[in-house]
Write a protein that binds this ligand. Structure first.
Ligand SMILES: [Zn+2]
Length: 432
């Protein structure tokens, strides 16, 4: 399989660390000099950029949050004068004021290169026809991919979202080979193909590059079967750049993170402590090669784990797992962080399908207790007690191993947890 930038993507880890340190030091100097927000933050703890002598020194610095960015509306976080900014995007999905992102000409060139790496890792090359159904506008989503496709020399069709009948016609008539969309829109296209009586096998699709919302392995299998293609995950973070931050290779064992541009850390979302490699926690990124709006220790709010082991594809860049949920959804039971989505993953592994479940956290005496309610198939629910009991024991053991707390597992009848109506949330916390 092809690699877009061998020098960067296959860099020896030791060499990469050296490059990261140099870029980190340069970034810290620049933000200290040019961004009041960082000058104030660094001064408050008596930190000078020259104090940063190793990558570990980064952990001493304060975090940057979405609230900080919103409070800096519109240009307070910019590290360059506006005349050097050639593109402005903004996000609206945050509380408070929008978050404004600026790009210098070099930032845009780098963005295209990083997107081209992700596209290449997904198997896209210059012979491909790429249909981009993401939104073109203030949001970053479509643009990074768009210019990455052009840089690769493939053909891009900028359809933008919506108009699904037309999307399908274009897909068929223009012989689209790569679909760029959100996982749910890929499902919508699947529905429309069926309604229109178009056999996915008669199309030329080979790859779908999906991101923008949480999705699961079960969804991947379904999309692959319905659209008759390979579906790959990538990670887009508008505050850090947009799409192109990380993407899966053909191994599909995590998304290679562009560590020569983004320095990753995994922290405990409740304490802010840095966690050891391989642990599940909140992803924190420091942009180390960005000119217009560099970010130091930006809390993404996304939960994942990092894998630094070598990948058979030959890339040396660390791999981040599929996003396991949002840090603000973490609940603490008996002093242990529980990620509701993690419980979902464990249940899915056990019952072999998308589980419908709910967590109820309460107190027994002075102790926290966790109940996991899981919907089971009709047949199983009315099955013999011994079968149920065996399943309960197995589930309890697996969950205990996976989350570090022994839950009480309760099997409930099909359709008794109605998540889609929003009337029963994923977590019910009775301690509040
Ligand atoms: Zn790989």
């Amino acid at each position: 399989m092809a690699i877009f930038d061998r020098e960067a993507e296959q860099m020896e880890r030791r060499e990469l660390a050296q490059l990261q340190l140099e870029r980190l030091q340069a970034t810290l100097h620049r933000v200290y000099k040019n961004v009041k927000f960082y000058k104030k933050k660094f001064d408050a703890i008596g930190f000078l950029p020259e104090n940063c002598q190793s990558l570990e020194d980064l952990a001493a610095l304060p975090f940057t949050t979405r609230h900080d960015l919103a409070r800096s509306y519109p240009y307070e976080m910019f590290a360059v004068p506006l005349r050097e900014v050639v593109r402005i995007h903004s996000s609206t999905g945050s509380p408070g004021a929008p978050i404004v992102m600026g790009y210098t000409a070099r930032d845009l060139r780098n963005w295209a290169k990083l997107a081209a790496r992700v596209l290449t890792a997904a198997g896209v090359d210059r012979d491909d026809v790429v249909q981009v159904t993401l939104s073109y506008g203030l949001l970053t989503s479509a643009f990074g991919i768009h210019y990455g496709v052009e840089l690769l020399g493939a053909s891009v069709i900028p359809t933008g979202p919506g108009g699904t009948v037309r999307q399908v016609q274009i897909m068929r008539d223009y012989r689209t080979t790569v679909l760029v969309s959100t996982p749910s829109y890929a499902q919508v296209i699947g529905d429309r193909l069926e309604e229109m009586g178009v056999d996915a096998k008669s199309l030329h699709l080979k790859v779908a590059l999906l991101a923008g919302e949480p999705w699961t392995e079960a969804m991947r299998r379904e999309i692959e079967a319905r659209l008759y293609l390979t579906a790959l995950d990538h990670y887009a973070l508008s505050e850090a750049m947009g799409p192109g931050v990380a993407g899966e290779c053909e191994q599909r064992q995590g998304m290679h993170l562009q560590e020569d541009h983004f320095l990753p850390e995994i922290i405990d979302p409740n304490t802010g402590e840095t966690l050891p490699a391989g642990e599940l926690g909140e992803l924190v990124l420091t942009t180390i090669h960005r000119e217009a709006v560099p970010l130091v220790r930006f809390r993404t709010g996304d939960l994942c784990r990092l894998d630094f082991s070598p990948c058979p594809c030959g890339r040396t860049l660390a791999r981040m797992s599929r996003i396991a949920g949002r840090a603000d959804e973490v609940v603490i039971v008996k002093g242990i962080n529980i990620f509701p989505e993690r419980i979902g993953q464990i249940l899915a592994g056990m019952v072999g399908e998308e589980p419908v479940y709910q967590l109820v956290i309460g107190r027994e005496g002075h102790l926290d207790c966790l109940e996991v309610r899981l919907e089971v198939r009709e047949g199983l629910f009315f099955d013999k007690m011994t079968v149920q009991r065996e399943l309960l024991q197995k589930l309890t053991r697996k969950l205990e191993q996976g989350i570090g707390v022994t839950p009480r597992v309760k099997l409930v009848e099909p359709n008794s947890i109605k998540r889609e109506t929003e009337t029963s949330p994923l977590v019910i916390d009775l301690r509040k």
